[in-house]
Design a protein around this ligand. Sequence first.
Ligand SMILES: *Cc1c(COP(=O)(O)O)cnc(C)c1O
Length: 416
Amino acid sequence: MLSRGDSAVVYSYHCAAPMRDLQHEGIEMHPPLPSSERVLMGPGPSNIHPRVMHAMSTPVVGHLDSEFLSMMDHLQQMLREVFQTENRLTMAISGTGSAGMETCLVNLLEPGDKAIVCINGVFGTRMKDIVARCGADAVVVEASWGEAIDPDALRSTLSETADVRVVALVHAETSTGVLQSMDEIAGIVKDSGAMLLLDTVTSLGGAEVALDNWGVDAAYSGTQKCLSCPPGLAPVSFSKRAVEHILSRKTPVQSWYLDTSMLSKYWGSERVYHHTAPISMNYALYEALRVVLDEGLEARWQNHRALHEGLVAGLEAMGLSLKVRADIRAPMLNAVKVPEGVDEKQVRLDVMSRFGLELGAGLGPLAGSIWRIGLMGHSCQASSVTTCLAALGWALNRQGCNVPDGVAAALERIGG
Ligand SMILES: *Cc1c(COP(=O)(O)O)cnc(C)c1O
C-alpha cells in the first residue's frame, strides 16, 4: 500500500457490518472439520509423523516460560545438527518456507546491492522477485526447467559482474525434481568472495545438506517437506560472516518482522520479546527433528534414495519415464512425464477419489506435461510407493492405456 516517501493517516473505526444469519439464508450450520486421511505424495505437505501430531497437543505455555525456552535451546541445537552447521544464528522463522526465503534475502541485501540468482524453476523465480523488492539488482543465471545450473555459466557470470553480494541457489527445485550438486558450485562462489544463499526447503531431512562444508552463508527451509511437520515454520541459519554483514548494514532491514538482528535477541540469551513464538508449531518442529535424528541423517538420506529408486523401477516397468536425467534427480520429488493422449488432471482426480492419494501437477512451463510425485519424510515409505504405482496404473488403464504392473518391479528393487 505504501511506497517510500508516502505519508499515511492511521485511524481506527467501529465495524458496524451486521452479522450474517446463515440459517435464514438457507445455508446449513457449519459442518465439522474434514477428517479424511490422505496419502500425501505431492510436492508438500507430506504426511505428518504421529509423534509430531501428538506433540502438537502438548499444553501451551508462555513463550518466555523457562521450560519452553529450554525446549527452544534444544530445538536450535537439533536444527544445527540437521543443517550440519555450527552457526550460532540458527532458528525457526514464524512463517512458511517462503518466509525463510524472504528472511535471508531482506537481511543480506540492501537497496543497490547486486545478487546473482540461479533460476531453473519456480523457486529461483520467486527469489528474483524478492531481490527486486529489496531494491537490489538481480543478475540471472538460467537453466531450462528440468536441468541443473551449469557451474561454468555461474563462473562466467561471476567473472563478468562486479561487487556481487549474494549468489542465491535452490538445492532441490521442487517444481522440476532437480537436485543441484553442490561441491563445484560452492567452490566457485567461495572463490568469488560473494555470500552463498541456499534454498533447502525440499532437501533438508531427505538428502545431504552440509552448510559448513559447502560454505553456505544463509540457508532456509520449511517444515512440511522432508521434515514431515505441518507447514508453519521456516528453519534458517546464517554464518558468522553473514551476521557481521547484517550488523554493519547502512539501512535497516526493510521488514520489521523478519529482521534477524531483532529476532536473534529472542532466540539468543537475552530472550527479548519480539513476537509471540507459535508455541505448538515449535513443539511440532522439535518432535519432527527428534524423529529425524532418531532415524539418523545418513539412514534418512539412504531411505529417500532407496525408495526413489524403487518408485522409478516401478514407473519404468509401467512404461513411464521421468523428466529429469538420472544423475541430477532429487529423490524426494519425482517428475513423471504424462503419456501422450492421457488426461493428466483426470488421473490426479481418480487417484484422489479412489485411493485418497495426492499427486502434484506440473507448474509453469511444465503444467500439463508432468506429475510430481513426492517421497518426503513420513510419506517416503514402501507402502506409499506401492499404493502410488497401483493407483497410477489403475487410473491410466481407466483411460484405455493398458499399462503393465509396476508394483512387483518396485518391491524387487526396494528389497527387504
Ligand atoms: C515449498 C518450497 C518453498 C516455499 O515454501 P512455502 O512453505 O510454500 O512457503 C520454497 N522453496 C522450495 C524449493 C520449496 O519446495
